[in-house]
Ligand binder design. Structure first.
Ligand SMILES: *Cc1c(COP(=O)(O)O)cnc(C)c1O
Length: 436
């Protein structure tokens, strides 16, 4: 059951990466809630630790439940391999450290998740990794002008939060590859159901599967998917070409590098061996199970949520107290052509709107909604509302927030699985009360 890519999405989301024969024919993926796995005999122990035989020995490095999740997401994204980690932030951090470890520059879209922005601006420079922030990542001339000898990657989100701008992944990938640099895409908002960055040339895809992938607001988790096509032996990534003690054989006095040992699969291998194993942000087996359970209904949830989001966005666009709806799924959006090309199933169920009023009125709406929950999350089965300028995006300095139109009268919605007309009714009554 290893390579299943010829199957369609809805079959893969239920079956990919799982062979019931190997698990007592259990219909659901069993939760291997164990730390360690027996070696059986000393010969097998040696084969396992020397990577001569595939198998499990310690859950920080690999676990059969998590392994199914990793294989499933790799199949859904068209990647060669995936590594599950303890959170979306661990996925972002490990990926960029793996690429720029030892120092270097990364080109990033400025309009990104607030915590990623804060990490790039204030923490990574302390590790010798500095960022070139680009206001419009689709401005390829601007991006190209920033590429230098020590640039290690280009990073962007496929769909931005909360204004749903879309990144021109295909063009960005071509530019990155022209310069021997990998493209990393945070695909959290669309999920693999709405968009496959690897199909358009991205080399690494990261997810906060805390959001739409697990889909029920129940588990913090992250995923890293490696397309398995990039050559990390091109001279730009010393850490991939260094001889590694752990990949060699001390008695035979051989040491090997990641590129020698794993070829174009070196990225995922190095994440597992150096970052998961040494820094340790592992996803627990039961959490992997929750994410797998979420993936089983990913397309059904997204289909309904996108349809409801489009209906609710149209309602808000007609509302006299709404100044603007920030949703690239609407037909009059400047990016509509790009959206049609990349997102035939819709651009997602998370968007924002700006009220034609005061911040006090925006706060009233937050107080008056009855079905929407006021909390800092997205991609839940429940509908959510938040004022990002004061909460989720507080980590971004106001100068950057202003550039992306993130005012304090902007409200973000994440549409859940409730009845769309009830959700419209809820927003309608809250807006009415806020404007009396
Ligand atoms: C939530 C989020 C993250 C961080 O994920 P956690 O699972 O909360 O650590 C990263 N990127 C994007 C786009 C997100 O929405």
């Amino acid at each position: 059951m290893a390579v299943e890519s010829e199957k369609r999405f809805d079959t893969l989301k239920i079956h990919a990466g799982y062979d019931p024969k190997q698990h007592n024919y259990a219909s659901q993926v069993p939760i291997y809630q164990t730390v360690a796995f027996g070696f059986s005999d000393p010969e097998r122990a040696e084969r396992l630790v020397n990577l001569k035989e595939k198998g499990f020995s310690y859950t920080r490095v690999g676990n059969p439940t998590t392994d199914v999740l990793e294989k499933r997401i790799a199949e859904l994204d068209g990647g060669s391999e995936a590594v599950a980690v303890g959170s979306g932030m661990a996925a972002v951090s490990y990926t960029l450290l793996n690429l720029a470890e030892g120092g270097g520059r990364i080109i990033t879209a400025a309009n990104i998740y607030g915590t990623s922005f804060d990490e790039f601006r204030t923490l990574f420079p302390k590790f010798g990794i500095t960022f070139d922030f680009i206001d419009d990542i689709n401005d390829l001339d601007r991006v190209e002008a920033k590429i230098r000898d020590d640039t290690k990657a280009i990073f962007a989100e496929s769909v931005t939060n909360p204004d749903t701008n879309v990144t021109h992944v295909e063009a960005l990938a071509a530019l990155a590859h022209k310069h021997g640099i990998p493209l990393v895409i945070d695909n959290t908002f669309p999920t693999p159901y709405l968009f496959n960055p690897i199909h358009y040339g991205a080399d690494i895809v990261v997810y906060s599967s805390t959001k739409g992938i697990s889909g029920h607001g129940e588990v913090v988790s992250g995923l890293i998917v490696d397309a398995g096509k990039f050559d990390y032996g091109n001279g730009r990534f010393k850490q991939f070409e260094e001889k590694e003690f752990v990949l060699g054989d001390e008695e035979a006095q051989v040491e090997r590098s990641f590129t020698e040992t794993f070829g174009t699969r070196a990225f995922a291998a190095r994440i597992r061996v150096k970052y998961l194993r040494l820094l340790g942000a592992v996803l627990s087996p039961i959490e992997s199970y929750f994410v797998l359970l979420g993936i089983e209904t990913l397309s059904e949830r997204l289909k309904k949520q996108v349809a409801s989001a489009e209906k609710i966005a149209s309602f808000l666009a007609q509302n006299p107290h709404v100044k603007a709806v920030h949703y690239s799924g609407l037909s009059d959006h400047p990016q509509h052509e790009l959206v049609n090309r990349y997102f035939p199933r819709g651009v997602g169920a998370i968007f924002a709107f700006e009220i034609d009023g005061t911040e006090a009125q925006a706060k009233k709406i937050l107080n008056y909604v009855k079905i929407f929950s006021y909390l800092p999350n997205v991609g839940d089965a429940r509908s959510l509302i938040v004022n990002p300028g004061r909460t989720t995006h507080r980590e971004i300095p106001s100068a950057y927030r202003r550039k992306s139109g993130l005012t304090n009268t902007l409200l973000r919605l994440s549409i859940g699985l409730e009845d769309a007309d009830d959700l419209i009714g809820d927003l309608d009554q809250a807006i009415r009360q806020a404007f009396v």
